[in-house]
Structure formats: structure tokens, C-alpha cells
Design a protein around this ligand. Structure first.
Ligand SMILES: C[S@@+](CC[C@H](N)C(=O)[O-])C[C@H]1O[C@@H](n2cnc3c(N)ncnc32)[C@H](O)[C@@H]1O
Length: 314
């Protein structure tokens, strides 16, 4: 039986019938079918079934070095050296799955970011580190509240990788619409406000971590926002490309890949997360919306609402 939720709680919960339906499409090993699939397995037991040079883009969101319960399993924090050794067990094998012209994004927090750098830089060329601001998080009485995370951007070949900056520009509302010779200077008037498309930096402060009233929310404790993943996928893959997520969780990367017309493969060891992920993938067919991404643009926070309000007033 699905839990009874508060009126505005949109968290995706599966009924027993939905779980049974999703189980029919869940794989427990690759079964030779790895395109647009979610495999419920320990990564290490299936990684060799994934062909080398298979993925155009890999999004890695491994357990951070924090004590964390992932439904059926518990991740214990370890020493820095042990975390590096843990990464060395799987990271080189995952790199083999990346095409020579492919890109990889690796998520982490401030504690593991430096450890990740040590391992990633042995196998790939690091091009940047994105920092994104998370609003959610407990206050800390004896320390600064943790409200940012990092994502390393790395490639196999720095002379040959795909990056589409136009796909990830930010649509900003123009407060001071300067003109030059009577023409707008870098902005355009949509009829509902004046906007400018700006280059995205490596600091993202326009991300909202999923919470209970958002339709993408699940019970996964470290679910990534669809908008965050959409930026990675749009910048570093083309429609029809293969996106691989070896620690898929609630399958956010697979869901967003599907919404944006990419192929995907996800591996996740917890069955419940896989089933919720498959439900999200099914829902993506009916509703490919991504909160914060509309009409092919990432809107500055609250700007789209502003445009709508203006439209209603006019
Ligand atoms: C940080 S979470 C990923 C969250 C995901 N990005 C999302 O949006 O839901 C890491 C996930 O990796 C899974 N995991 C940890 N070790 C694994 C392994 N060896 N094989 C497969 N999955 C694993 C955990 O169960 C957890 O769901």
C-alpha cells in the first residue's frame, strides 16, 4: 500500500501494483540489453558487461564519504586514504566505458573533492570544477552550514570533446536595458519583458534541491535536481548520445536523458530506488518538463514567474 500523503506532497511513491509493473522491466544483470535500461546490481558485478568506449557522457554521483543509509545498505565514512582506495576500485574501470571524445562529471562535497581530484587526474584531464549552491541543509551550531557541492568536469581528450555552451546559457531579466545607436545592447524584448542570454559560469546558484512539493521528488536521501543534471547533459551530449550513470539512485540522470532525447544506462544496487527510477522514466514520456528549463532556456530563478505575472497584468 502506498503511504497517505499530505495534500501538496508530490513525492513519487509506488503502489504494490506499480512496483510489480516496474519489476517487469527491471534487469538484474545486463542480459545483453544495455540501451535505455536500469540494472539492479552491484556496479562491480556488472561493469564488465558494459562495452568499453560505450558512453558519450558519464555522470558519477557516488556515495560521499559520509555515514548515510541508502535504503537497504549503509555507507560508512572512512579515512581519506581508504576513500581513495575505494575510488580506485571502480573509477579506472568506469573510465574505460567512456568514448575517447567523451566527458565525465563527478559529484562530491568539500570533503571528498580533493580526494576525487587525486584519482580523477590520474586517468582523465580535468577541465573545471562546478560549485552549486544547495539551499537545503541543517544549520550547524559550531561550524558553517554546508550549502555547496562540487562537480568535477573531466574529459579523455582535451583537444576533442563536445561542449555546447549555447544550450546552457541563462536567460536573465534585464533591469537596465541599455541601448547603442537606438538598438538593444545584448538583450531582446519578448513582449513580456526584456531578457539577455548570458554565458554560464562554474558557480550555480539557481538550483533547488528536490523537496516534497516538487513533482520530481522521491524518498531517495541524496536525489540530485533534474535541472542540475539537465545542464550537464545539454552541455556535454547531443540528442541520441549515450549517458551512463553507474550510481543511479532514483535514476535522475536516466530520467533527464530521456526527457532530452538521449539514451541512458543506469546501475543501482537498491531495488526500491530502481523501481522508483523506472516509474520516473515512465512518467517522463507523458511529461518531459524540467523545472527551471523552459522553451529551450534556463531561466534565472523566479524570472519565468515574473514573466507570467507580467503577462497576466498586460
Ligand atoms: C549519491 S546516490 C546517487 C543519487 C542519484 N544521483 C539520484 O539523483 O537519485 C549514490 C547511489 O549509489 C548507490 N550505490 C552505492 N554503491 C553502489 C554499487 N557498488 N553499485 C551500485 N549502486 C551503488 C546507492 O544505493 C545510492 O543510491
Amino acid at each position: 500500500m502506498a503511504k497517505i500523503k499530505a495534500y501538496r506532497n508530490k513525492t513519487i511513491c509506488l503502489s504494490d501494483e506499480e512496483k510489480a509493473d516496474m519489476e517487469k522491466v527491471l534487469l538484474s544483470d545486463s542480459e545483453g540489453r544495455i540501451i535505455n535500461r536500469v540494472i539492479n546490481a552491484d556496479l562491480m558485478s556488472v561493469i564488465d558487461e558494459v562495452p568499453d568506449s560505450f558512453a558519450d557522457l558519464i555522470i558519477l554521483d557516488p556515495p560521499y564519504n559520509l555515514p548515510k543509509r541508502f535504503n537497504s545498505s549503509r555507507f560508512k565514512s572512512m579515512s581519506d586514504e581508504d576513500y581513495v582506495a575505494y575510488m580506485e576500485e571502480w573509477f579506472p574501470r568506469i573510465c574505460m566505458k567512456l568514448k575517447p571524445c567523451g566527458s565525465m562529471y563527478i559529484c562530491g562535497d568539500w570533503k571528498i573533492s580533493a580526494l576525487q581530484y587525486r584519482v580523477i587526474s590520474k586517468y582523465l584531464t580535468i577541465l573545471n570544477r562546478i560549485t552549486w549552491q544547495r539551499e537545503k541543509g541543517r544549520g550547524a551550531k559550531e561550524n558553517w552550514k554546508n550549502s555547496m557541492e562540487d562537480i568535477w568536469f573531466a574529459v579523455k581528450d582535451r583537444e576533442n570533446y563536445y561542449f555546447d555552451v549555447d544550450a546552457v546559457k541563462i536567460k536573465r531579466y534585464v533591469l537596465a536595458p541599455y541601448t547603442e545607436n537606438g538598438e538593444p545592447k545584448g538583450w531582446h524584448d519578448t513582449g513580456n519583458g526584456k531578457f539577455r542570454m548570458t554565458y554560464p559560469s562554474n558557480f550555480w546558484d539557481d538550483i533547488t534541491v528536490p523537496f516534497w512539493s516538487m513533482p520530481e521528488n522521491t524518498d531517495h536521501p541524496t536525489q540530485k535536481p533534474e535541472k542540475l543534471i539537465a545542464k550537464l547533459i545539454l552541455a556535454s551530449s547531443k540528442p541520441g548520445d549515450m549517458v551512463f550513470d553507474p550510481f543511479a539512485g532514483s535514476c535522475t540522470s536516466c530520467v533527464v536523458a530521456k526527457k532530452l532525447g538521449r539514451n541512458y544506462l543506469g546501475v543501482e544496487m537498491d531495488k526500491e530506488y530502481c523501481l522508483v527510477g523506472l516509474k520516473r522514466i515512465e512518467m517522463a514520456s507523458a511529461n518531459p518538463d524540467i523545472q527551471g528549463y523552459r522553451d529551450g532556456a534556463f531561466w534565472e530563478r523566479n524570472t519565468f514567474r515574473y514573466q507570467n505575472q507580467k503577462k497576466q497584468k498586460d
